[in-house]
Design a protein around this ligand. Sequence first.
Ligand SMILES: *Cc1c(COP(=O)(O)O)cnc(C)c1O
Ligand SMILES: [Zn+2]
Length: 503
Amino acid sequence: MKIDDFPLHIKNLLIPKSSGELKYRCLGCERIYGIKELLYTCPECGEVLLIFDKQFERLKRISPKTWRQLFDYRRMLKIPALKGIYRYQEFIGSTIPPEAVVYLGEGHTPIVEVNEHLQKKVGLRFFYKNDGQNPSASFKDRGMASAFSYINYLIKQGDISEILAVCASTGDTSAAAALYAAYLKPAIKSAVLLPHKKVTPQQLAQPLGNGATVFEIPGVFDDCMKVVESLSEQYNVALLNSKNAWRILGQESYSYEIAQEFEYDLADKVIVVPIGNAGNITAIMNGFIKFHQVGIISTLPKIIGVQSQHANPVYRYYLEPDVTKRVFKPMMVSPSVAQAAMIGNPVSMPRVINLVDSYNQLADSKRVFFVEVTEQAIMDWQLKANRNGHIACTHGGETLAGLTKAIKQGLINENETAIINSTAHAIKFSDFQDMYFQNNFPKEYSITPDEKLINHPYFVQPESARKVLTLKEPRDSKDFIQFVSDVVKNIAAQLELKKRNQS
Ligand SMILES: *Cc1c(COP(=O)(O)O)cnc(C)c1O
Ligand SMILES: [Zn+2]
């Protein structure tokens, strides 16, 4: 639809302008900083930051009804900048004008209702939101679209020129960063730091293919993070880890999309997310809070954060019911199939602590919960999901395992509807599926495959194949016809097929 065809009261709002006043706020000392400079931590006290809009109140001058219409109307426009996360520009990066927005097809990922068979098994109505259907096949693209749009804006304004974007990664952050950086060539180059052998071959192939400089170090993600933090303190580089508050802003789009998809009615909705560095759950809480403050939604959904027993520092923190006694303790992680969440010292922990309190206060009841799941449950549920027509990665298995755990613990009742996050695409983590099918998980995972879930290809190689393999003449010889017939018989026997009635 063309702009002129929209109703008058919406026309002026359709194309967002640069507005508002974005600031960094330190979660430690509460100091406020301008966004002219790219900050990651508070220059005073070293704590993490969040970005807020100093003029956020102005958004309340537009009625909730108009906002809801506006987002639906924007969906009809053919303007790239409004096709992705910046459909919600006023809530994500209000100072960024559409001309600076970098859009590579991120966001608005499908919300797919789980089939009847699996819903019955789990005992709840629920949906997968497939964030693996983002351009680099994980939700990290949401945050990168935001961070790179901001950097692009600074470049366009002439505030900065050459940028080296760096990040440490469990695999998906680097894939996303390398993709967006490559798009903004030549102003931006990227370098990524990965824990050697702790990302999947697919995840390693991604930044290599996009032309990033890739470094691998022995150790785990937490070690890589220490290196890039030190690097960004001493050298002039742009840090793209979720320490970068722009990433969080972009990831808030996940909440806005769920709100819009469910017609802004989030009563009885439960959002289930895996937690690693805790950037995602931070963004999801913040997103719902903002929509609630403006009245676009009237109920805050329940949120369940899920962690593997092998990397569960957030879960452990909240085990202590007495708020005053809670102490955060980083932990050493053990190998986990939810590898992108294998983090013992989450960078966003202070943000989580801050926002869980605000969220529960705003909702006037406890609305955020944490559960832990076993590696075994993660794999079993991932495979079950995909055997029912989904494309869940291991973290998507983790959220499903978390959902069943939360139901068992009475955190969810049968009248609620869950939206669970498959944070990446299944194929990025297919090596874990292979290990399951081959039953060769290293001991530390403590995973024993369930026979019923194992699947193997059948190699059909009848005796007659030998003659065909060396065949040079066209494939209509007697030998080849014999081979085809043998293979057909073999397949038919395996599938127990019934012969067609000959007429
Ligand atoms: C990064 C990542 C996570 C963890 O998200 P955090 O924001 O670090 O908590 C989970 N799943 C996948 C696939 C990821 O790439
Ligand atoms: Zn501070």
